[in-house]
Every structure is written in C-alpha cells, then in structure tokens.
Design a protein around this ligand. Structure first.
Ligand code: BGC
Length: 374
C-alpha cells in the first residue's frame, strides 16, 4: 500500500487478475502502482503511473528505472505520448537502444573499457565495439530497482534505489544510488540523482528518453532545436573524444539560435551524436536546450546542473523495433538530450572530473519542462 495522506483505493483488475493500488488525493493527484511483469530472475516488476493536476502523465517502471510513457498536452490540450518505448515489459528485457532508461554507472563511452585510478588499471565490460557504453553488459538500465512512491505539495514521484556491488561490470566500490523521479504541477518531469561509494570510482548517471514531440506522427527532423553551448566535444570514428572542445561557430553543430534538427544533419557524419559543453550561467541549473515542435506547438526545455548534454538523433534506429501504438521506430524517430559529464572523462584529465571518493555525494539534477506556444 502507498503510505501517503489521502484516500487510498485498491482496485482488482478483473481482466488481468492483477491487483492495482491507486492513491487519490482530494485534488485528484494520483499515483497508481500496478504489476508490469516478471524479470528474468523471478522478481515482480511494477509500473507506476503519476498524474499531475493538469492531467499530464508519467509512467515509470522499476525495471531499469525506465520511463515508458510521458503524456504531454499539445496546443489544443490533447494529451499524447512524447517518448518512445513499449507498453509491456518483455521488449524491455530484450535488446533495445536504452529507451527511457536510467543509465549508469557511466553514461556514454569509456575508451577500450579501461581507466587507471590511483595507479590501478581497471578493465570494464566492453559492449560497443572495443569500448564500454552506458555502464556495460548489465547497466543500470537492466537493474531491478527498489521503488517507493511519494507525494509532495506540488509533485508526486518515485524514489528508486539500488546498490551496485564492488567490481560490478568492472567498476570499483559498492555504489549506493538513489534516483528521484517527480512530476510537478508546473508540467515538469524532474530527476535528481545521488550516489555514494566506499571506494574511489567514476560515476556519470543520465537519463535516456527518446523524445518525439509529434507523438510519433512523424520523425524528429522538423523539431526546432536550441542548445545553449558554444562548444562541443570532438570525437573520433568510435565516438571517443579526441580531447578537443571545438567552437560551434556557425557550423552545422551550432544550435545557439534555433534550427530545425534536419536542416543541416546531412553535414554531420552519421547524424548528431555529440556532447555539447553547456554555457555556464549565474544559477546552479542552466538551460541546456529548448525544443519546439511546430505542428503540435509542444515545447520542451531542459535544465541541468551537469556540464554537458549528449544530443543524439536516433541515428541507429532502423525500423526493426515497433513500439507503443504500433509506431515503427525508423531512423531519426526520436532524439535524446542526455545531461551528463563528458564521455571518457576518466581518461581525459582536462575534462571536469567524474571521480567520486568515499565521503562525497554525487548529485545531479535535471528538469524536462513542458509547455506549448499557444
Ligand atoms: C549514444 C549513441 C548510442 C545510443 C544508444 C546514445 O547515448 O550517444 O551513440 O547509439 O545512446 O545506445
């Protein structure tokens, strides 16, 4: 049962024989918890549905901390799903490109899966050519998280926790991770990441939703993108940083003023899959990006405490996966804005550090804020 002030209702779902727990408060804020399936190790997996006072909905499963749905109004008030994903657990257990996932211990790539800390060389699981990507073979996107729903004055959410064991995927240290997902009444989906370790180790947590503000009616090439970054991280053919942070300077990489994603994508080999170095502001949280979808009028702004954002345009989607509402996920059918530190930082001494020591707390906050242009 969900222990939050308010009226608690249990509903038996006759057609599925499943028990559904609903939390309703007087002003109709809701958290619903229902079974989502069984993980390969036999653990029962849940799906949490959060609804805000405007009717916006976020669905989150404790398998991989995956956001399976985000229902956001268009300019006429129609609520539609703006993230790619599936409506059942099974496809998430199979191979998929991190749809909606909570990514760790290290979002993005570590060259050849190797780094040295205090004179000791560590070898990580290699799962992307010769490199380590998104935490390895069993990253946080495949972990069954403990989940506790909560309700605050203007928000409701789920707190996910897990302990990643010392040497899991090759990383030193027992890492205790807490991730708080919230849906606010200001139409914000917020993520707060915290982690502590008992040995020095790299940490770079992020979120991997693929957004499509048309709600799957077309690809994302007509979305208007602004990215608040004068520079980006130059990478080699394996998408490993060369160490250079290059000015965007009016090139196809320049999104300082809004451009449609597709207008210059042909000039970028493979499509956008780059970390942008965010311009610093006076506040701890900076506006990383603003995206406008002209037909629906949906606007998404991303704010973060992180120094970078990976802009990925679904270049490797190839139509082989079909998601919710029978939408085929073809090339460029979704884009990701993954707030994070830079790739391969453990091997790049000039980059902001990703090293966490015992006694310190890793923290990272990101807000995805939704509105419309009418
Ligand atoms: C990476 C891409 C990768 C995708 C799915 C993104 O974060 O930048 O290169 O293909 O994740 O794994």
């Amino acid at each position: 049962m969900i222990l939050i002030a308010g009226l608690v209702i249990f509903v038996a779902c006759k057609n599925r024989g499943l028990k559904k727990e609903t939390e309703k408060t007087e002003d109709k804020m809701e958290i619903v918890k229902e079974p989502f399936g069984i993980a390969p190790d036999g653990q029962e997996i849940d799906l949490f549905t959060l609804t805000n006072s405007n009717g916006m909905v976020a669905k989150i499963t404790n398998f991989g901390g995956i956001v399976t749905s985000l229902l956001v109004p268009d300019k006429d008030g129609n609520m539609e799903d703006v993230v790619l994903g599936f409506d059942s657990l099974q496809p998430y257990l199979e191979e998929h490109p991190y749809f909606g996932a909570l990514v760790g211990r290290y979002g993005n790539r570590i060259a050849k899966g190797k780094f040295t800390l205090n004179g000791i060389e560590y070898t990580l699981a290699v799962n992307n050519g010769e490199n380590h990507l998104h935490g390895g073979l069993v990253g946080f996107d495949k972990v069954v998280w403990s989940a506790e729903p909560f309700q605050g004055d203007d928000r409701r959410g789920v707190i996910l926790t897990c302990v990643s064991q010392d040497m899991e995927e090759g990383y030193p240290g027992n890492l205790t991770v807490k991730v708080t997902y919230s849906l606010t009444d200001q139409d914000e989906f917020t993520i707060v990441y915290e982690a502590v370790t008992d040995k020095v180790c790299p940490v770079n947590l992020t979120h991997h939703s693929y957004f499509n503000l048309t709600a799957g009616k077309s690809d994302i090439l007509d979305h208007e993108m602004m990215i608040n970054a004068d520079r980006f991280v130059v990478v080699d053919e394996g998408l490993i940083p060369t160490g250079e942070l290059r000015g965007v300077d009016g090139s196809a990489m320049d999104f300082l003023s809004p451009h449609s994603i597709g207008s210059r994508i042909d000039q970028v080999s493979g499509g956008y899959d780059h970390t942008y170095v965010l311009n610093e502001g006076d506040d701890e949280m900076v506006l990383a990006a603003r995206v406008i979808e002209p037909v629906s009028g949906r606007i998404m702004e991303v704010y973060t405490t992180e120094p970078g954002v990976q802009f990925y345009t679904g270049n490797f989607l190839d139509g082989s996966l079909t998601g919710k509402n029978s939408v085929v996920y073809s090339k460029h059918y979704g884009f990701c804005l993954e707030t994070q530190h830079f790739p391969d930082s453990p091997n790049q001494p000039e980059f902001p550090t990703t090293i966490l020591s015992p006694g310190e707390t890793y923290t990272h906050s990101t807000i995805y804020r939704f509105s419309t242009n009418q």
